[in-house]
Design a protein around this ligand. Structure first.
Ligand SMILES: [Zn+2]
Length: 444
């Protein structure tokens, strides 16, 4: 049974190199939130929601890497390297989430804040605390955001502070198992638990082993960090004599649809290992500027068959919206292509064939992210969940703010302007699973 219809012009990227424009179409969504048809509108059809002239329907955005407890420090604390940043700013803040009431205050700002920026799916690291983690999952259900929510597991006495760690490996594995069960026990079609070893330096071998077994036993997805920067990459080489990717694969943590953040220092062999097991990379271009020591080579990774999507990495990346992160992904790929040291000759300054364009970046933020997770979202196609946003543009000769479109703009330029320039004020509608997200007004 059809429950509702949306009429408007659709802008989407069915593949990494193709912008698809479907002018004046009607999308019908069935009562399960699944797209039943996408067809050209006939003149007389009256839809439940008709987007105004200049407002466009796009797939919802999929943020593969969010540290939910770091929301209050977004935009700050980027003055020290990763290992110092964790101990100086991040662990003390995350430890506060032992107080569920404090956590609830933050989640009530974070979840609608991301929805308002068009993030219809988020993959969250919570803190080590089970009550705060369950509260985050409940907030996602309440506000209507698709989400994977993970209790952070970390027990290594050297890689974590005494005031913020699991007591030991067994305690950590048991807490993660209980947290997974509690989140999945909410029975929401939108929200699932995800197994979340913070990263290898914060975890003992026993914890990594236990979480790998938990993943095998439950089939739950896994997220972690992988080869993020020189310090972390070298730490794993020193401890195990193999790269992060190989170590995570041996522990059963790099597996089908695992979400591995950053990957800045992945070698070609690492990419082959990860592609073979079906793991994907959450590319966090802005965060990598501060903590990554290198630019993740998106195009090389995609060419090797690695799944790749985008992440904000709140709060390592000082940006909450995934549309701006698309622009950052383009920017950083151009920096990689051209190089940065002006004392070198142009030929030796950069890495050729590295640049991506806005179409590829938007694909990473939608279909690419969906493929990393293995979820039927990120595409406005029959059979997919209706996770979508509407974005308003305005005639350029009308004074004021917003995405200005001139009569000389063709479709690729309109699309590029939306991706590069749209702010939360321009996002007029957000639907997840066919339902308008709570607290977000829908144009029509
Ligand atoms: Zn991270």
């Amino acid at each position: 049974m059809v429950t509702f219809t949306v009429r408007g012009t659709l802008l989407s990227t069915p593949t990494p190199d193709r912008l698809q424009v479907r002018e004046d179409h009607v999308v019908t969504i069935d009562d399960h939130g699944v797209i039943a048809t996408v067809e050209p509108a006939s003149v007389s059809v009256v839809a439940d929601v008709t987007l105004p002239e200049g407002t466009y329907l796009l797939p919802g955005l999929i943020d593969l890497h969010v540290h939910a407890p770091q929301w209050p420090q977004l935009g700050t604390g980027l003055d020290v390297p990763l290992d110092e940043w964790l101990f100086q700013y991040t662990f003390p803040l995350e430890a506060r989430y032992r107080d569920r009431a404090f956590a609830e205050r933050i989640w009530a700002s974070l979840v609608p804040g991301l929805l308002a920026r068009g993030t219809t799916t988020a993959v969250y690291y919570s803190s080590i605390h089970e009550p705060a983690t369950l509260a985050l999952a409940e907030a996602c259900v309440r506000f209507g955001q698709r989400a994977f929510v993970g209790r952070v597991a970390m027990d290594h006495p050297e890689g974590t502070p005494e005031f913020y760690r699991d007591a030991d490996a067994i305690t950590g594995v048991e807490a993660s198992a209980r947290s997974l069960e509690a989140i999945n026990g909410l029975g929401s079609p939108l929200v699932r638990g995800i197994i979340t070893p913070r990263f290898i330096p914060a975890c003992t071998d026993a914890l990594l082993e236990g979480l790998g077994e938990l993943a095998t036993a439950t089939g739950a997805l896994v997220q972690s960090h992988c080869s993020e920067n020189d310090w972390e990459h070298q730490y794993v080489l020193d401890r195990f004599g193999v790269s992060d990717s190989v170590a995570l694969a041996r522990f059963g943590l790099a597996r089908d649809h695992s979400v591995l953040a950053h990957g800045c220092l992945l070698s070609d062999d690492d990419m082959t290992v990860l592609a073979r097991v079906g793991a994907g990379v959450a590319h966090c271009p802005l965060s990598n500027v501060y903590f990554g020591n290198a630019v993740f080579p998106v195009r090389r990774a995609m060419a090797r068959g690695l799944r790749v999507g985008l992440g904000t990495d709140i709060a390592g990346g000082a940006e909450a919206g995934l549309l701006p992160v698309c622009a950052h992904a383009v920017n950083m790929s151009r920096v990689l292509e051209d190089g940065v040291d002006q004392r070198l000759s142009p030929a030796g300054r950069g890495v050729s064939s590295s640049a991506i364009d806005v179409t590829t970046a938007f694909w990473l933020a939608t279909g690419g992210g969906a493929d990393v997770l293995g979820i039927p979202a990120g595409r406005l196609e029959v059979g997919e969940r209706f996770d979508a946003i509407s974005v308003a543009t305005r005639p350029a000769d009308r004074p004021g703010i917003g995405v200005s479109v001139w009569d000389l703009d063709d479709w690729p330029r309109v699309f590029e302007k939306i991706v590069r320039l749209a702010t939360p004020a321009d996002i007029t509608g957000v639907w997840v699973d066919g339902v308008p997200a709570a607290g977000i007004s829908v144009a029509g």
